[in-house]
Design a protein around this ligand. Structure first.
Ligand SMILES: O=C(CO)[C@H](O)[C@H](O)COP(=O)(O)O
Ligand SMILES: [Fe+2]
Length: 225
């Protein structure tokens, strides 16, 4: 199995000290920086755009930046985020007129493409595009806000996504996003996730490293079982 990755969502970071916050979570052991882009149209909230991604690169951040686009339309922002230094780019299929084209645009821009499934988004959106996916992001909250409670039915969805990935024979990461905490990450890992987004659980803690280490111990308990 792929090494499991911890991806702190900077939505819950102190924006006035963003560069330092990102450095701090990476020093604390994070693998990836999760970057939530909200447009007050596809989701009822507004966050940040490519300029902030570029600013993190200029600040010296070299870790992968995982851009989660909660925007509609999708395509215009792909090139901008690629130029700003994004590593992975995912979008919600309902927000794109042409899902295959958007995935191809991401790949052509030199980034790793992913699709995001909301709690009520059917899995059939994965049909016909598995060969284009680097990751599948399963939302375990409805998108738009950090700090929401994990929706338990998404565990079953994760299992179904995992089955599809195994059946495809492809090496596709399964990412989970929303309400991930130390006390539920073990069952999430058991259900098939291998990339874990956590915003409030990490940034609301006094010691980021303590939370990330505890999450890794919980995940390791699954691989050793
Ligand atoms: O995409 C998101 C919300 O739409 C965020 O990535 C997610 O909510 C992370 O925050 P938390 O871990 O606090 O739930
Ligand atoms: Fe996200």
């Amino acid at each position: 199995m792929n090494k499991c990755m911890i991806a702190p969502s900077i939505l819950s970071a102190d924006f006035a000290r963003l560069g330092d916050e990102v450095e701090a979570v990476l020093e604390a052991g994070a693998d990836v920086i999760h970057f939530d882009v909200m447009d007050n149209h596809y989701v009822p909230n507004l966050s940040f755009g490519p300029m902030i991604c570029e600013a993190l690169r200029k600040h010296g951040i070299t870790a992968p930046i995982d851009v989660h686009l909660m925007v509609s339309p999708v395509d215009d922002l792909i090139e901008q985020f690629a130029e700003a230094g994004a590593s992975y780019i995912s979008f919600h299929p309902e927000a794109s007129q042409h899902v295959d084209r958007s995935l191809q645009l991401i790949e052509d821009a030199g980034c790793e493409p992913g699709l995001v499934l909301n709690p009520a988004t059917p899995l059939h959106y994965l049909d016909h595009v598995m060969d284009k996916l680097h990751h599948i992001l399963v939302m375990s909250v409805n998108p738009g806000f950090g700090g929401q409670a994990f929706i338990p039915s998404t565990l079953d969805k994760l299992r179904q996504v995992k089955q599809r990935v195994v059946a495809s024979g492809r090496d596709i990461r399964i990412e989970i996003d929303g309400g991930v905490k130390v006390d539920n990450i073990r069952e999430i890992a058991e259900a098939g996730a291998d990339m874990f987004v956590a915003g409030s659980a990490i940034f609301n803690a006094d010691d980021y490293g303590e939370v990330i280490d505890a999450m890794r111990r919980e995940i390791a308990a699954v691989s050793q079982a």
